[in-house]
Design a protein around this ligand. Structure first.
Ligand code: ADP
Length: 189
């Protein structure tokens, strides 16, 4: 299996690149942000709870996120591989993902990270707010909070994969196609 963790701060372009990667490599896309948003839209119990954290720019608690991710992954037992997008975002999530994949006799192949500076991120999220309808993009204070949470809680996940020699960083500033081919080069190395 080809199991990729797509990593990067809010606004790095994970969703855009994930869409291209899953088509090329025939993978299942598991985006925790998308799954939460679909639950919010359907007003499920999970959605209502998740929204209370997302609207503040905070992370949804690990136990909830991990359970949800595992049940989504289990819906695709014959997958060629997965792209994990927006997950894992904490050290316990990374550990849980390894344990979960081990029960399926597989593991993470690599973490692909989109590296984008903070100034560029804020500009992109502000632009995205105009079209996404996402309340967490609309408020500069919430954007700032998400970047802070990323730096404090999510950045350490990079060292988790570096310690396993699985971290690969790619410049996330440039055209979508150039970034995509840089990611493909890393996958085929
Ligand atoms: P972005 O990367 O642009 O912030 P996402 O769609 O990945 O957007 O996430 C939106 C929000 O959903 C996050 O700010 C957080 O509240 C919640 N979320 C998504 N994935 C996770 C996760 N793995 N753990 C906890 N919360 C998450």
């Amino acid at each position: 299996m080809l199991n990729i963790v797509l990593f990067g701060p809010p606004g790095a372009g994970k969703g855009t690149q994930a869409a291209k990667l899953l088509e090329k490599f025939n993978l299942v896309h598991l985006s925790t942000g998308d799954i939460f948003r679909s639950n919010i839209k359907d007003a499920t119990e999970l959605g209502i709870l998740a929204k209370s954290y997302m609207d503040k720019g905070q992370l949804v608690p690990d136990a909830l996120t991990i359970d949800m991710l595992q049940s989504e992954a289990d819906k695709h037992p014959h997958a060629n591989g997965y792209i994990f997008d927006g997950f894992p975002r904490t050290h316990p999530q990374a550990q849980a993902l390894d344990d979960f994949l081990a029960t399926k006799n597989t593991g993470i192949t690599m973490m692909l990270a989109l590296e984008v500076n903070e100034e560029e991120l804020k500009n992109r999220l502000t632009e995205r707010a105009k079209v996404s309808g996402r309340s967490d993009d609309a408020d500069p204070k919430i954007i700032q909070k998400r970047i802070e949470v990323y730096n404090a809680e999510t950045m350490p996940v990079k060292s988790y994969y570096q310690a396993q020699n699985k971290y690969k960083g790619v410049n996330g500033v440039g055209s979508v196609d150039v970034i995509f081919s840089a990611l493909c080069t890393e996958i085929s190395k």
